[in-house]
Design a protein around this ligand. Structure first.
Ligand code: ZN
Length: 394
């Protein structure tokens, strides 16, 4: 029996092939924008790094990738990671959790703030093969050594600073506000009220982290608007989204009904099998899947985005649902146009993967164990029509 992800940081098998004209032949293609048939054996054509229809491409000028027997999806998006090694102690190398694990776009969730974003751009965004986007911490400092970046109101980014940085940094997709007692100290929801002002001025989503109160969810959720994202939504701590009878607190129902999005953000501390199981039993709201991965949780309990997705399969979610949670739903949540889709003319990021029958003991963030019978394993990662990663068969 295998434990956790066996593909982590395997350098052997890594290769670079520069040919941006590709035909991916005979794969089991999963197109999250098409519901019927969900899985279809067909060819995917890429010209100059963009998807094109198969009759537009000259096969003699294209490299052929034989994908028979494998699944082919638009590149996976992980919208909550920490990859700012140069600044935040909770971080990991972007490509290790990106292309090495079949993830073509990652979103750093608040490791960086206004004061340190130059370093984030130079050291992370510009130096990795994985596409790196970011939620900017509403604290000017980003994640600090103490991890209490919202305890001092004088550290909050001003409206002027926010407008300046969002107008020039194209990798920014929204704001991050961590609403845990340990982060805000005595400030309760005040930093979120400030984030609300910034977000309304900028017209971007807020990703709100939830954890141990205060602030409490009945005070947090009413401040969120359509398109805002609640990460760590399915944690197993007290005062979470579920009442004792395993139904959602009314503020969570109201938030979901007005278009607030729930996100997994697995992390060391924030994903519980039972919370997700009870949510699934009673509700059909969609959500996004993400890892909150960094060096201290990659071995366990997180593993990779595909490990998190494998847990969802075991909990009874269908493969198409799980694929949407890392492609089309993430694209919409982040207001992206080029990612998470096979649409002609968009950027050709592709994840080729297998689903292996391989019973594997996995744990959630509270140490609960589950034998997961089907494991999703990366086979090949393509960025803008370039093969950037090949993995051995799992
Ligand atoms: Zn995080």
């Amino acid at each position: 029996m295998h434990c956790f992800n066996t593909f982590v940081n395997k350098k052997e098998g890594f290769s670079m092939e520069k040919n941006r004209n590709l035909i991916i032949k005979n794969g089991n293609v999963i197109d999250p924008d098409v519901s019927e048939p969900y899985v279809e054996k067909k060819d995917i054509a890429i010209q100059n790094g963009k998807f094109v229809s198969i009759d537009e491409i000259d096969p003699s000028a294209a490299k052929i990738i034989h994908a028979g027997g494998h699944y082919v999806s638009p590149g996976f998006i992980d919208l909550h990671v920490h990859v700012f090694n140069q600044h935040a102690k909770v971080s990991i190398d972007a490509d290790r959790v990106g292309i090495s694990q079949g993830v073509t776009t990652i979103v750093d969730a608040g490791s960086s703030g206004y004061d340190v974003f130059d370093s984030f751009r130079k050291n992370v965004i510009e130096t990795h093969k994985t596409e790196v986007l970011a939620f900017l911490n509403v604290s000017r400092k980003g994640l600090t050594e103490s991890l209490s970046e919202l305890a001092d109101p004088s550290d909050l980014m001003t409206v002027e600073e926010a407008k300046e940085i969002f107008s020039k940094e194209k990798s920014l997709v929204g704001l991050k506000a961590r609403m845990s007692r340990s982060v805000v100290k005595g400030q309760d929801v005040k930093p979120l009220l400030h984030a609300r002002q910034l977000a309304d001025q900028l017209n971007v989503p807020i990703m709100v982290h939830i954890g141990n109160p205060p602030p409490y969810l009945p005070d947090i959720f009413p401040l969120l608007r359509k398109g805002d994202i609640v990460t760590h939504a399915f944690h197993g701590k007290e005062h979470g989204i579920l009442k004792k009878d395993h139904t959602l607190i009314p503020e969570a129902v109201d938030a979901l009904n007005r278009g607030v999005l729930f996100d997994i953000g697995h992390g060391s501390d924030s994903f519980n099998f039972n919370t997700m199981k009870y949510f699934k039993e009673k509700y059909s709201y969609s959500f996004t899947s993400s890892t909150d991965i960094y060096d201290k949780n990659i071995q366990k309990p997180v593993g990779s985005l595909m490990t998190t997705m494998s847990k969802l399969l075991e909990l009874g979610f269908s493969l198409p649902f799980v694929i949407e949670s890392v492609t089309s739903r993430s694209r919409k949540a982040l207001h992206l146009t080029e990612q998470g889709s096979f649409q002609n003319g968009t950027r050709a990021d592709v994840t080729i993967f297998d689903v292996h029958e391989r019973p594997t003991l996995l744990i959630d963030s509270n140490g609960n164990k589950k034998i997961c019978h089907k494991m999703i394993d990366p086979i090949m990662t393509i960025r803008e029509g370039e093969v950037v990663q090949k993995n051995e068969k799992g």
